[in-house]
Design a protein around this ligand. Sequence first.
Ligand code: IPE
Ligand code: MG
Length: 224
Amino acid sequence: MDGNGRWATQRGWPRLVGHRKGAERVRELVSASPDLGIRHLTLYAFSTENWKRSTEEVLGLMSILGRYIRREASRLKEEGARLRFVGDRTRLDPKLQSLMQWIETQTARNDRLFLNVAINYGGRDEILRAARALAAQAASGDLDPAAIDEARFGAALDTWHTPDPDLIVRTSGETRVSNFLPWQGAYSEYEFTDTLWPDFTPAHMAAILDRFKLRERRYGGVAQ
Ligand code: IPE
Ligand code: MG
């Protein structure tokens, strides 16, 4: 979800206004996802690199997240969405961590939409944490290094509960992946759109999905 800052700056508004508008778009997309045929949705909300931003912006983003959790809890339940977080949450404010834990528990029985929000997430950081965890098990004799295959490694990642993404969309005209799901996205299709995230509606997503459905995916094989 990229482009919140530029969206606000273009209008002469503080960047946080763009982030707030972006959160509204999240709500719309989450509500529209089941009808769009999306069962698993992972949103990149805050990266391991985003700590470099001003304290004001970081705190503002964290407070938008806390408010989203509090305000959306009942809607997520009504809509059958199960919300989980990926990323290293240990660095986050303990109050926010308990709120995250709370909403995960509150929505744990829902299965219409599996919604993941990536907070303090970085793909390399995730891979390192998984590698460390597996190395510790191997060092203590609980795991044979030869038994570490793709399935085992994938199960040590934050996204152990989610299938690899079919499609990864980046908004705002940047054509980089920026550390988002590098392991899981190995065979994903990518779509880049110039639309800034605060302008990105379910209709934009529907158009992207229509294009995606026409793509032929061979996973290294040959066309049938
Ligand atoms: C949202 O857009 C991404 C978040 C970290 C929430 P940006 O804040 O990166 O917006 P731009 O790239 O400055 O326009
Ligand atoms: Mg950006």
